[in-house]
Design a protein around this ligand. Structure first.
Ligand code: AHN
Ligand code: ZN
Length: 330
């Protein structure tokens, strides 16, 4: 009798320590959406960095160029290699000056049969002009698009790699939107039209790859690797998807990234998420470094948007936060 009490006690102690010692596995998030045991993968910023480098090795990824076509092939192959079902959406999109852009939205899907879904997206094209460069001579030079383009895709590829190894409960769709950054350049003397941005996202949001497609929420990653980044709460995100903003910012804070995910309002940015909210009505947020003082930062749309601007700790903060959010959703 006495022995069995002791045995029970010892078993209880072992169980207690093995459960509590098991990292954050049984944590219940403040918003209450997570409960059971969830193993959230460890985001590898070096791997994300390599996915950024691989895109940048194609040179600028401007629509209608060879570098763009080659990078598109690379991205589709990468998604397939991580076990996603890949859909290509080709479209001829009309730019601000009438140029027809041979665009390709690249979509990778997991568990396509489930209705409970999360949409993650980023733009993969790069801007044809460094029209925000301090030197006028550079205004017609294509940017390399390391932070502005490759970073969001690089983080999503690293997330996709993990999904391929260990699927989260919900179905996931990854979309690499094309023709986001062909918006009316600053040197254009004709009229400025806001809807010349995010052409690929506008197209998909009106013609989704699956009839009747929807998702619980969407997260856009735009310029998520730059040094000195600060992610303020973007205003369209707050307007259309306030609970998603809170979920993501609270998660970041819980993981210790509260200094990067600032608890304050940022600007109102016409970006891919705006049209996903407006047309297909999936509540979507934009993780983007923008504030009223510094705008998008000093290297935005300049020839200085190169590999040197990347800070792996920023990639890690964003990537780990998004992984945490998608693996804890049930
Ligand atoms: C505007 O400047 C209107 N939108 C910025 C969206 C963007 C450009 N994201 C990356 N490059
Ligand atoms: Zn841009």
């Amino acid at each position: 009798m006495k022995n069995s009490y002791i045995l029970c006690f010892i078993t209880g102690v072992i169980c207690f320590f093995s459960c509590t010692g098991n990292k954050s596995n049984a944590t219940v998030s403040s918003s209450g959406e997570a409960s059971g045991l969830v193993n959230v993968p460890d985001f590898n910023a070096d791997s994300a960095y390599q996915f950024i480098q691989a895109q940048v090795d194609f040179g600028p990824r401007v629509p209608n160029t060879a570098g763009h076509v080659a990078c598109g092939e690379y991205l589709a192959e990468k998604l397939a290699s991580f076990g996603a079902a890949v859909t290509d959406q080709y479209a001829d999109l009309i730019a601000y000056d009438g140029t027809i852009l041979k665009a390709r939205n690249i979509i990778g899907s997991y568990k396509p049969e489930t209705r409970k879904r999360i949409l993650l997206f980023a733009h993969w094209d790069t801007r044809p002009w460094a029209d925000n460069d301090p030197h006028k001579k550079n205004h017609h030079t294509p940017i390399l698009g390391v932070n502005d383009g490759a970073s969001g895709v690089g983080v999503l590829l690293e997330i996709t790699r993990h999904i391929g190894e260990q699927a989260p409960e919900l179905g996931i769709d990854i979309i690499f939107f094309d023709a986001e950054d062909y918006g009316t350049p600053q040197f254009h003397t004709g009229r400025y039209t806001e809807d010349t941005w995010a052409l690929g996202s506008q197209y998909w949001s009106r013609n989704p790859h699956v009839h009747g497609y929807t998702a619980r929420f969407g997260i856009l990653l735009d310029m998520v690797g730059g040094k000195n980044a600060a992610f303020y709460k973007e205003l369209y995100s707050l307007q259309y998807a306030p609970s998603v903003v809170e979920k993501v910012w609270n998660t970041a804070d819980r993981l210790g990234y509260g200094a990067l995910f600032v608890n304050a309002k940022g600007g109102m940015i016409t970006d891919d998420h705006y049209y996903v909210n407006k047309y297909i009505k999936i509540p979507s947020i934009d993780i983007i470094p923008h504030d009223h003082n510094k705008g998008f930062g000093s290297f935005w749309h300049t020839v200085d948007d190169n590999m040197e601007v990347i800070d792996r700790s920023v990639l890690k903060a964003v990537g780990q936060t998004v992984l945490e959010v998608i693996y804890r959703e049930e």
